[in-house]
Design a protein around this ligand. Structure first.
Ligand code: ZEM
Length: 291
């Protein structure tokens, strides 16, 4: 072929140190706005990376983090993605500073950064995602519906290629963040430390008594103190015997949770990506000033 036309010796080829700079730029800004939610953009960045990745379909090999098609309507307007503009907008200045990174690599790397900076395990990551155009947008309905039960969870996560243990491990992300009435309609946080990744989601599922909340919003559970919540899909993890085995395991053993969580998030963020690079990188946590 004729390479002369396409090859430019001046073209910037990013190396690991360049991705480290992107990780650090995200990390340093996570808590820049103390009025945003619980003081960190970490949880909503995690949700962005998950919703970008969780559209994957193993059968047709469509969807997944490759493409970053949530930039476009109709995918940006899918009900499940309500509120994720906050995360996409947060990352725009980072994209402007490092224009060589693709949106799809940036969104997943920001997810890794958010998990790690919020006390989670190291999540190996590698670059290689390319941005697609609007024609690659996925159909609505690929992400889970919180009003449903175990059968739905197995159907939705099975379509991505996950088993029972992986479904339960992924769900531990609900230790982070909260529900917003103006986004999903649900309301409140799952744990008392929504900006720290812990195994508290599982401990609370097992230890607390959960009752239906009496309110005008969608059906959700509340604890006795009425400060914490669970979605119907969260409660399905203890109603179902197979799921519950893993909930109990992770409730007792935070190390086991962290190990499995790192593996399953790495897998989630790589679904459907045609990587050229085999090696995965581990990024170091950026310490907060004064800590
Ligand atoms: Zn969530 N999630 N999720 N989730 N999620 C919400 C918020 C967050 C489900 C779901 O319907 C909802 C996973 C799995 C599932 C996060 C991460 C991950 C909200 C509230 C809902 C309704 C949105 C709002 O109002 O802002 C369902 C049904 C799931 C099936 C099991 C997985 C897997 C996740 C990551 C690996 C996070 C971090 C949030 C909090 C976002 C924020 O802005 O605070």
């Amino acid at each position: 072929g004729d390479l002369a036309g396409s090859f430019s010796p001046k073209e910037f080829v990013p190396a690991k140190e360049d991705y480290i700079k992107v990780y650090e730029a995200v990390a340093k800004r996570l808590e820049e706005n103390e009025d945003y939610d619980d003081g960190s953009y970490g949880p909503v960045l995690v949700r962005l990376a998950w919703h970008a990745s969780g559209t994957y379909d193993v059968e047709t090999k469509t969807g997944g983090s490759n493409g970053a098609t949530m930039r476009f309507q109709p995918e940006s307007d899918h009900g499940a993605n309500a509120g994720l503009k906050a995360a996409r907008d947060f990352l725009e200045p980072v994209k402007a500073k490092f224009p060589w990174i693709t949106y799809s690599d940036l969104w997943t790397l920001a997810g890794v950064c958010a998990f790690q900076q919020m006390g989670g395990p190291t999540i190996p990551w590698r670059p290689g995602r390319a941005d697609s155009d609007i024609s690659a947008c996925t159909p609505d309905g690929r992400l889970p519906d919180a009003t449903k039960e175990q059968k739905h969870l197995r159907a939705i996560f099975g379509r991505m290629g996950f088993n029972d243990q992986e479904i339960v491990a992924l769900s531990g992300a609900h230790a982070l963040g909260r529900c917003h009435t103006d986004r999903s309609g649900f309301d409140g946080p799952w744990t008392h430390s929504p900006t720290m990744l812990t195994n508290d989601f599982y401990r609370l599922l097992v230890d607390e008594k959960w009752n239906w909340r009496k309110w005008n919003g969608p059906a959700q559970y509340e604890d006795k103190s009425k400060t914490l919540m669970m979605l119907p899909t969260d409660m399905a993890l203890v109603k179902d015997k197979e799921f519950k085995k893993y909930v109990e395991k992770y409730a007792k053993d935070q190390d086991a949770f962290f190990k499995d969580f790192s593996d399953v998030i790495c897998k989630l963020f790589e679904l459907g990506v045609p990587f050229k690079q085999e090696e995965r990188w581990s990024f170091k946590v950026v310490e907060k000033p004064g800590s």
